[in-house]
Design a protein around this ligand. Structure first.
Ligand SMILES: *Cc1c(COP(=O)(O)O)cnc(C)c1O
Length: 356
């Protein structure tokens, strides 16, 4: 069998969830959208069952998959619903809805529902992507609550720059949110991972940790005690010697500067390893660092084993995980850990530390 695999450490996931919840205080939605950032939504949700106060996903289908798997805790749809059929189904399954747009308010007013809704009004406090302007929030709240379709209404907002501890923007967003919701009853939810770690003023009733659950610190360069959850692993499957001056791989990006022992690794950009990774990005081979050399191809990549004479066919390779930080790879490739983790596919998955 091709050795490319993702090992998911569910004990580490639970550790990170507890850390997020304690650091924030109150309750915490475990954000498991996008297949739990590539880690397997069902396995991750089950690993947190009985512990997570609730879950958050982007849209209805992601929530229905959790319900079908027996998850009974609250599930928040971060984008709310897209049409009336979705709204009715969400009500049937007792899903919690973000409401961020006037069309969603109208849908709720006009649709007969099987049960009263629990909604979270999303306030645009400065990100300007989704949510109601501060001046509209009170009127939206009135329409939803007075109409009788909504039994419980909370307020949420999302930060554009929570991962920048020195940016004034987040403090300003908190001020705008507080002013927009002043004296309105209901729970508050502001903090994503960056805000849980860097913005204590944003800590209210419910946190929404995502990336930190998976052990990638949103504030690179800091250590908050998170444990990496995914190890992206493979093996060396072939070895060859290059003479000085020999080109390697597509575009001959790497030219051997000396006699070079090249290890071929079964992992490529079709598996989610970034093609943009430059030469010398670290790869762990049998626990030691071997630099990536040559362009990452669809199914394979190549590493320099010249200084690791004991490494060879069958050697264990870690692309990221406990030894190699996914944040470091992301930075080298000009992206963020979120994108790398979400893009892992085609490899075989194994979950460790589940509850039976
Ligand atoms: C994805 C998402 C989160 C989680 O963000 P992280 O930065 O991964 O912690 C929280 N809130 C909303 C609205 C989101 O869309």
């Amino acid at each position: 069998m091709r050795p490319a695999r993702a090992l998911i450490d569910l004990d580490a996931l639970r550790h990170n969830y507890r850390l997020a919840r304690e650091r924030h205080g109150g309750r915490a939605f475990a954000v498991v959208k996008a297949n739990a950032y590539g880690h397997g939504a069902l396995a991750c949700a089950q690993a947190l069952a009985g512990e997570a106060d609730g879950y958050a996903v982007a849209f209805l289908d992601e929530a229905l998959a959790l319900r079908a798997d027996g998850i009974e805790a609250p599930i928040l749809l971060l984008e709310g619903v897209f049409d009336v059929a979705e709204l009715m189904e969400a009500a049937d399954h007792k899903l919690w809805l973000a409401v961020h747009h006037p069309a969603q308010v109208e849908m709720i007013e006009k649709t007969p529902l099987s049960a009263p809704l629990r909604v979270w009004i999303k306030v645009n406090s400065g990100m300007n992507r989704a949510g109601f302007l501060p001046a509209a929030v009170r009127m939206v709240w009135k329409r939803l609550v007075v109409g009788g379709k909504v039994k419980d209404c909370g307020f949420m907002t999302h930060f554009a720059r929570a991962d920048e501890p020195d940016a004034e923007a987040t403090a300003e967003q908190i001020r705008v949110f507080d002013a927009a919701t002043r004296s309105l009853p209901g729970a508050r939810s502001l903090a994503n991972s960056g805000a849980i770690l860097a913005w204590p003023d944003s800590h209210r009733d419910w946190a929404r940790p995502g990336i930190m659950l998976y052990g990638a610190d949103p504030l690179p360069g800091e250590d908050h005690g998170l444990l990496p959850v995914m190890t992206l692993a493979s093996n060396v499957v072939a070895v060859r010697e290059l003479a000085a001056g020999d080109p390697l791989g597509y575009g001959a990006r790497f030219i051997a500067p000396r006699q070079t022992r090249v290890g071929l690794v079964a992992m490529g950009y079709a598996d989610g390893y970034p093609r943009a990774a430059p030469d010398r990005v670290p790869v762990a081979v049998d626990g030691r660092i071997a630099p990536l050399i040559g362009r990452v191809s669809m199914d394979m990549l190549t590493v320099d084993l010249t200084d690791l004479p004991d490494a060879g066919i069958g050697s264990a390779v870690e692309l990221w995980g406990k030894q190699i930080s996914v944040n470091g790879i992301a930075q080298s490739a000009g992206t963020i850990s979120y994108e790398l983790l979400c893009n892992v596919k085609r490899v075989s998955f194994a979950w460790e530390g589940g509850k039976g």
